[in-house]
Design a protein around this ligand. Sequence first.
Ligand SMILES: [Zn+2]
Ligand SMILES: [Zn+2]
Length: 342
Amino acid sequence: MYSRCLVCATAFEPNDQLEHFPNGRRVAFDPARGRLWTICGTCTRWSLAPIEDRWEALEELEKLTVDKARILSQTENIALLKVGPLDIVRVGKAHLTEEAWWRYGRELASRRKQYKKLSLAGTAAAGAVVFGGWATGGVTFVGMWFVMKHSPDSITDAARWLRFGGAAWRGEKECGGCGYTFRSLSYGNRSGIGLFPGDEPGKIDIVQRCPNCGLYRDGGLRLQGEVADRTLRRVLAYHHFAGASERRVVAAARLIQEAGSPQDLARIVVNDGRRLGDLQRTGAIALEIAANESDEQHLLEMELAQLEARWKREEELAEIVDGELTPLPMVETLRRKITGRQ
Ligand SMILES: [Zn+2]
Ligand SMILES: [Zn+2]
């Protein structure tokens, strides 16, 4: 079993998931052809495992894929899956159901836990101030009441400010009606932000009313394309800083599923124009999941296309290598073939 990349000699990081193949954080396998590779994180080349190391590991991988792995994305030929920190590329039709929302949904649920911890820390910090003050006689009852009542909120508000800053968008854009120059879009006014269908299906334009001429739909500030995507993700993350319960996330995910895709969900939620403040909570959570999902989905699709191209080349080599019989020359041939060195 190799502990280093056959091409660039980088040591593979160990994994805890595979008893019979403990090297590498990203592995690829083809159950039909009986191939098994470790993917190098440095040079991205695939190192074909020696035949005698494969069989138990292949069985183990197939079982792990079915029982525990989450599927991130798939094409006709390959699927990218994840088990803990281990990435698995499975060659062949997987027939696995995609749970496209799980990553981001979990993010929202953990955000809620963190928020609660922060609020609790806020109360504890307030308690320390109060009791410290009490001891030195510096805090009155009214002061104590004030700190007890307000501190948890101001602690979480401060954390939110630290993370997001004050504005969801900064730049320079003119009102289509009167030419008034917008320089930022602040989170404070987010309830009034208008969400309108963009030019492409599933895309959302962000609109803010002009404080000068009052135009909204046909004027004011209108953000589109990439800028609108990014701003929407920031605004929604700010809006849902406290996260969401698992039940809410599941309900939101169901909405996306019923809609058919993140793009369809966006289209349905926004309809022909909605104010952010008027969105129902589950719909707004679903929109946040969808906004991040389609972004992440796009990145995954690009990654998958690269992996698929790589797999085709590595499979050609594997076919040649596996066709040869004696183990020792096999390894040497493999080294020569993939490095191109004699
Ligand atoms: Zn390498
Ligand atoms: Zn205007």
